[in-house]
Ligand binder design. Structure first.
Ligand SMILES: NC(=O)c1ccc[n+]([C@@H]2O[C@H](COP(=O)([O-])OP(=O)(O)OC[C@H]3O[C@@H](n4cnc5c(N)ncnc54)[C@H](OP(=O)(O)O)[C@@H]3O)[C@@H](O)[C@H]2O)c1
Length: 244
């Protein structure tokens, strides 16, 4: 496995992360697929990828809000990985936190997945990424720059991720490149979070008049991997939803 290029994708068992995994796998990468609660989906994806190419995928479980779970997973990754070309910080907690009921615990939990663990992974995996002249791709959100009412804690955690992207791109250059992707509406949140009227309102504010496809994000991630003169950038893939 280690002779091939390797990508680690967090939160990769389903939704956008799973498309990124399939996309990189189709480009010849071996996949380290992190999941938390989606064991069934992770196993299915792993088995699909292994049926295409032997030894081309392994899974790793961790809850990023549980320090011992994260530490154990990181140890497993470091003990079993000789090569890493791309780290994709895709896992994310996402739920509303209206300010009148927002709590410190919510703030810390949203930071865990959206900023703290990405930072700790970059720090720990830096030597492997330097060896391969690799790159990091952080997945943010196109609405962070303009603010997201009722989701201020999530938006602030993603803003921290974008800030880390810019600072660490300078700090880790020229050996490791770090960029971010800021998706617009690609897959709607779980059933019941947004009603049909709200969804239509969001789509109407999108210049292209439709939502995107998960492969729009997967292909952008691959583009960032290939763009070796690009670092410290946040690439919006949002159908023209956000201004500027
Ligand atoms: N969907 C969109 O249209 C959209 C729009 C803007 C930005 N984004 C960003 O794009 C990325 C992917 O979006 P998505 O909608 O596919 O994401 P998602 O389904 O909301 O979350 C991705 C994965 O994050 C993992 N995760 C959540 N809490 C975790 C924890 N405590 N520890 C470890 N892993 C945890 C989950 O893994 P398990 O399932 O294994 O528990 C989940 O499958 C995210 O960073 C998101 O913020 C998405």
């Amino acid at each position: 496995m280690d002779k091939e290029k390797v990508v680690l994708i967090t939160g990769g068992a389903k939704r956008i992360g799973s498309y990124i995994a399939r996309y990189f796998h189709a480009k010849g990468f071996n996949i380290i697929l992190h999941f938390n609660s989606s064991a069934k989906e992770a196993d299915q994806l792993k088995s699909d990828l292994l049926s295409i190419r032997k030894n081309s995928c392994r899974t790793i479980q961790a809850n990023f809000s549980d320090e011992s779970s994260f530490k154990q997973a990181l140890k497993e990754i470091l003990d079993s990985t000789e090569r890493l070309d791309v780290l994709i910080n895709n896992a994310s907690g996402f739920y509303p936190t209206p300010i009148e009921s927002a709590t410190k615990e919510q703030w810390l939990t949203l930071l865990d997945t959206n900023a703290t663990v990405p930072l700790l992974l970059i720090k720990a995996l830096r030597p492997l990424l330097e060896d391969s002249k690799g790159c990091v791709i952080n997945i943010s959100d196109s609405e962070v720059s303009s603010g997201i009412p009722e989701y201020s804690l999530y938006a602030a955690a993603k803003a921290a991720l974008e800030s880390l992207t810019k600072s660490l791109a300078k700090e880790l250059a020229p050996y490791v490149r770090i960029n971010a992707i800021a998706p617009g509406i690609i897959l709607w949140p779980e059933e019941g979070v947004l009603d049909e009227e709200k969804k239509a309102e969001i789509v109407n504010k999108t210049a292209l008049g439709r939502d995107g496809e998960p492969d729009d994000i997967a292909s952008a991630a691959y583009l960032l991997y290939r763009s070796t003169y690009m670092t410290g950038q946040v690439l919006k893939i949002d159908g023209g939803r956000s201004p500027g």
